[in-house]
Write a protein that binds this ligand. Structure first.
Ligand code: PGA
Length: 256
């Protein structure tokens, strides 16, 4: 089955309006982003509208890096799923390891956020991943199973879940991506867990994230169970982001 391929930029807390203008100007050619590889840029909340306007006529979509689990009300500093939808955001990253570890986001909260995202017809990009200690202790399967099971608890319409990103915590921002065997076997395991959770894993795009760069992306993207990337550091510069995208596009064309 041919799943959708994704090349997703997670800009984290980077960029200003000037550097965003520069980034868009320097992208090789916005038109070249029309292909079977879907491109999504996830800037900070305050830049969503700006990026949306810049990319209005392109095939590049925008996503948010986070969302509130609440619908509306007295939640100072929060942004609801409905507000994101209101400005044309289509995708939302949920459960990123930096949210889990730096901001103590729990599986329960992520589950509530997923509910909010689905209720508002947005598309979740669900992040999961184990720490180095958990991997060394042989707990990877247990951790991934727990993360997925609790995310999906009492979610009414699981058919809205179509993108899951495996991001081993130890590979994020370290410059050391997981090796090919680890990525492929863990993705295979995730497909099994997704099936056990009642999802149709064959239809879900499984992305890898963690120190993806132009130099390692081709080998990883060719793996059977990898359908794309969630990219942090290498997505900040238009040259590196475009290089990864172009390599994916060539591989995707050759394989379909
Ligand atoms: P990285 O980040 O590519 O800089 O490792 C990936 C991510 O956090 O999504």
């Amino acid at each position: 089955m041919s799943r959708i391929s994704y090349c997703i930029a997670n800009w984290k807390m980077n960029h200003t309006s000037d550097s965003i203008k520069q980034f868009i100007n320097d992208l090789e050619s916005i038109d070249s982003f029309k292909s079977d590889v879907k491109t999504i840029i996830c800037p900070s909340y305050v830049h969503l509208y700006l990026v949306q306007n810049f990319l209005f006529e392109s095939n590049i979509e925008i996503g948010s890096q986070n969302v509130s689990e609440f619908d509306l009300g007295a939640f100072t500093g929060e942004v609801s799923a409905n507000m994101l939808k209101d400005i044309g955001v289509r995708y939302v990253i949920l459960g990123h390891s930096e949210r889990r570890h730096l901001f103590s986001e729990t599986n329960k909260q992520i589950n509530c956020k997923l509910n909010a995202v689905i209720k508002n017809d947005l598309e979740p990009i669900l992040c999961i991943g184990e720490t180095l200690e958990q991997r060394k202790d042989g707990d990877t399967e247990k951790v991934l199973r727990e993360q997925l099971n609790s995310m999906f608890n009492k979610i009414v319409d699981l058919s809205k879940v179509s993108i899951v990103a495996y991001e081993p915590v130890w590979a994020i921002g370290t410059g050391i991506a997981a090796d090919l065997e680890t990525i492929n076997s863990t993705h295979k395991l995730i497909r099994k867990i997704l099936n056990n959770c009642g999802l149709q894993s064959d239809a879900i795009s499984l992305l890898y994230g963690g120190s993806v760069i132009p130099e390692n992306c081709s080998e990883i993207f060719k793996l059977e169970h990898v359908d794309g990337f969630l990219i942090g550091g290498a997505s900040l510069k238009p040259e590196t982001f475009t290089k990864i995208y172009i390599k994916m596009k060539i591989i995707r064309n050759n394989y379909s």
